[in-house]
Write a protein that binds this ligand. Structure first.
Ligand code: SPV
Ligand code: MG
Length: 436
């Protein structure tokens, strides 16, 4: 019989209820009146995964589980506020959080319970084939175009700054999807992925000059999409001919890509980090605006974003030119602005952001701090930046590691000397989830 004078608390961060959740509630009921916490959107995306239904819908879902007495909102991945407000006698959780990044949440909860009173009850995690199957299907649903495509716009609304990592294959996609770190008691992960023209070309051993054709770039997107659920921002280079760009927009949108960024250059495009060291032509405002508008006209959903990338600072055309172009591109329909710089000092980027925010408070700003890499996400957000893209760091870290391994095998005429640096065979063969 449950003890109605005792309060039992458990927190859910899920859009689907399966036997595992029902089991937690049944166990909780044995100790008293069951209060379920529904984790807020903002906390959920840092902790677990992107919600597919609203917080209100999740609360209603939890209320419908037999045995649940009431549902409240938990605004953080940590339990501190809930414990001090609710003073539960018991907190119930699955026993699957003593290792990995979630360990810190458990430790902090134990510490809070120690100070405020209350006991942690850990219920064996339900690992039946049905539960596994339901969780897997839910994750796969998150990767479907209609869910994935709209996530970027949703994230811009929820996050102080959206963090995108460069990916160019299924494997790098998995790294962006699954890497979670715990820092100062908080969990963190990337929000989105960037399909860079530089890294996609480099992975194919080709220069970044719009040589790798769209069909091949779409193949990369598909490889990434097969194993991930996070939203994708596609580097569309110049967008090509306007007559071709409209087809690209339709294809990307249909695939479930969230945004394309096109840069205001024309002719033979070379990577921006060359700056004026190579001949580069900036497009006219009129022509680039026409390209943006044509793309916006053919788009079929509200979800997809066309982001205009301004190369004025890269090509040393000055701040006024960059700001004039920003205004024109937004008038032409651009959903966001990317401003780029190859200076080590972030000053010109920050000046642009401050001056842009003086006349436009809402259009999202995107930056790529490859050169001005000393600036933190918090500082960028304070200047009104909405999306930060880490555009090439995975490729640049993998390449020297592989090169060193190749050199050492040649040097020692065997692979023993490099073995300590390698991922164990067992780990690499279990890295990829199997389909059933
Ligand atoms: C890319 O990653 O391909 C980019 C960003 O376009 S940059 O290399 O900085 O130009
Ligand atoms: Mg590029």
């Amino acid at each position: 019989m449950s003890n109605e004078t005792k309060t039992v608390y458990t927190c859910f961060c899920t859009d689907v209820i399966h036997e595992g959740h029902r089991n937690i509630i049944r166990e909780a009921q044995k100790y008293g009146r069951v209060v379920v916490g529904a984790m807020s959107d903002q906390a959920s995306i840092r902790y677990n995964r992107f919600p597919t239904i609203s917080l209100e819908e999740r609360m209603n879902l939890y209320r419908s589980i037999p045995g649940v007495d009431s549902v409240i909102i938990q605004n953080s991945i940590h339990y501190d506020d809930i414990i001090t407000q609710l003073h539960p006698d018991y907190v119930v959780h699955g026993d699957n959080w003593s290792t990995g990044p979630e360990r810190s949440i458990r430790e902090r909860l134990l510490h809070t319970l120690c100070k405020n009173g209350g006991e942690l009850i850990e219920v064996p995690y339900t690992r039946t084939p049905e539960v596994k199957q339901e969780e897997k299907q839910h994750i796969e649903k998150l990767g479907m175009p209609e869910f994935r495509r709209k996530k970027l716009k949703q994230l811009i609304k929820i996050c102080p700054i959206v963090k995108a990592l460069e990916v160019h294959s299924g494997l790098t996609g998995l790294i962006a999807e699954k890497t979670v770190v715990e820092r100062e008691g908080k969990l963190d992960q990337f929000d989105a992925m960037w399909i860079s023209s530089l890294c996609d070309s480099t992975a194919k051993g080709k220069p970044d000059i719009e040589l790798v054709d769209m069909t091949s770039r779409f193949r990369t997107i598909d490889d990434v999409m097969e194993v991930t659920t996070k939203p994708i921002i596609f580097d569309g280079d110049t967008g090509g001919l306007t007559e071709h760009f409209v087809y690209t927009v339709r294809s990307l949108e249909r695939m479930g890509v969230s945004a394309v960024i096109i840069e205001d250059k024309t002719g033979l495009k070379k990577n921006s980090l060359f700056g004026n060291e190579v001949p580069q032509t900036q497009d006219s405002i009129e022509h680039f605006c026409a390209k943006i508008s044509a793309g916006k006209e053919v788009q079929l959903t509200e979800d997809f974003m066309i982001i205009a990338r301004i190369e004025s600072l890269i090509l040393e055309q000055g701040m006024e030119d960059a700001l004039t172009r920003a205004k024109a591109y937004i008038n032409a329909g651009a959903d966001a602005i990317m401003i780029h710089s190859r200076k080590k000092d972030p000053a010109e980027i920050l000046e642009f952001c401050d001056r842009f925010r003086a006349f436009d408070l809402t259009t999202p700003i995107v930056v790529v701090p490859s050169s001005f890499n000393s600036i933190t996400e918090e500082e960028l957000a304070a200047h009104g930046v909405n999306i930060v893209i880490y555009a090439n760091q995975l490729t640049r870290s993998a390449f020297p590691a592989m090169q060193q391994t190749a050199q050492d095998i040649l040097r020692y005429h065997r692979a023993k000397e490099v073995d300590d640096r390698l991922m164990p065979i067992k780990e690499i063969i279990t890295l990829i989830d199997e389909i059933n």
